[in-house]
Design a protein around this ligand. Sequence first.
Ligand code: ISL
Ligand code: CA
Length: 558
Amino acid sequence: MTDQAIKWWQKAVVYQVYPRSFQDTNHDGIGDLQGIIQHLDYLQKLGVDVIWLNPIYRSPNDDNGYDISDYQEIASDFGTMADFEELLKAAHDKGLKIIMDLVVNHTSDEHAWFKESRSNTTNKYRDFYFWRVGNAGNPPNNWDSAFGGSAWKYDEQTKEYYLHTFSTKQPDLNWENPQMRQSIYDMMNWWLKKGVDGFRMDVINQISKLPGLPDGPLKPHSKFGDARVTNGPKVHDYLQEMNREVLSKKDIMTVGETHGITPDDGVKYAGFDRQELNMVFEFQHLRLDNSQHGFGKWSTRKTSLVELKKVINNWQVALKDKAWNSLFWNNHDTPRAVSRFGNDSEQYRDVSAKMLATCLHLLQGTPYIYQGEELGMTNAHFKNLADYRDIETLNAYQDIVTKSHLLTNDDMMQRIEANSRDNSRTPMQWNTLVNAGFSDVTLWIKVNPNYSTIKVDAALVDKNSTWYYYQKLITLRHDYPLVTLGDFKLLLADDPNIFMYQRHWQGQTWLVICNFTEQTLNCPVNEYLNGREQQIISNYADDQHNNLRPYESKVYSM
Ligand code: ISL
Ligand code: CA
């Protein structure tokens, strides 16, 4: 690819805002759109190009906004459509783009379409969803929902079951129905007309279900596990149709959330010549610490660095010149990166957060920063179930401890502490005012008590902070085409402690070296340097050359 041919989103860095936890301005304990407007300067100073907003639409909030009851209204918790328009304009005025979360695998059961659909079997919206006959207590197939229990709910009104691969309040839309698809495209075009710059598409590779919805190993979510109906037979037809009807009409960016895909699938969803999506979030690298049997994500295993490198290498290599990667260590569904892949102790938190950022931001693809990551925010470490809000966490506790006694309370609480989605959902830590300056009233979820040390105002007055380190990485991406375009080559693939790779572009080579451990290691740098190298960035003040100190990362250019 030439420098000229690259698209704006290939050079961009995306910042993910979880609006519920970003900034409360009207004293109800919930973040809101005005709160985001207040901090646009902050994001501009960090240097990011795009903001991805988690869902802000009208919703009964069974799954924090991923259960949408009106796609074209703003949730009153967050403000009004006028607030949204103000946000979009203010962002654009600062050169920031905004992409919306698009949740079209399912709606809320309180969406007008579902209310109609549920009212009687001949309603014209009936077929917008999956209704199947079955006797109460005997669902149409054996699929489990992602949040526990059967994926089918019996509805008294018409004495049939509807499919919900997530919560009972998130009925799956039937993409086989052309009117349903057209309604979605109309809604998307309406948002584009408003001026939004693209979409992050929720579980988009689940929209095509296997015909006949068969039983068995093809459950969308095996109990406490991960297997699911993904990449169904028509998913690419639907995405190509969506591309023709909507996406191709404007210069926007799209990223699909796609669990359970391989690099080969990635080339299909995000191929340059496929007219589907610009890029996808793959999750192989975030599943290496899940247990294969038993409790899936509720595991306390650690990710093996060798496996992690292998997965990342596979993606870098397979997509080269064919498709585009997205790069992320965490999001609103995962633990915090520094707690999971680095070290959140007082001693190593800062240095390991910087190391992880180095490792990720110099790969090929579009990097995503999840709010607070730029401060090295950590897991919540909540010990009491009462402090958790997430439906997945609460249902899993019910299923695994209360109902089936498969694990003790203490065991499960440790697993929740390590893996709950609430780890990333605690409020943004701005300053040392009450509740980290997020809000001055009782919050929807507790703030992490470590805000007395981990907070924006302290980061901004310390030129050595993780925050400025992120700023510098973003600048490097903007300044050096090598970061966007360079070839990737993994080195030391079998080394269990060091993640080392080269990027190469037009006669220039960068060497990226990251120590993923708290040991001081000997690093065979000389083999890869030519004696005329310059250091581009490092998380230690001086360079000990062959020595790699705990969580040290450094980058040389040649
Ligand atoms: O969070 C998960 C793993 O713990 C997943 O099973 C998650 O449900 C999956 O990543 C899909 O995520 C997306 O769709 C969900 C929503 O709850 C998530 O927040 C969203 O990112 C349903 O809309
Ligand atoms: Ca508020």
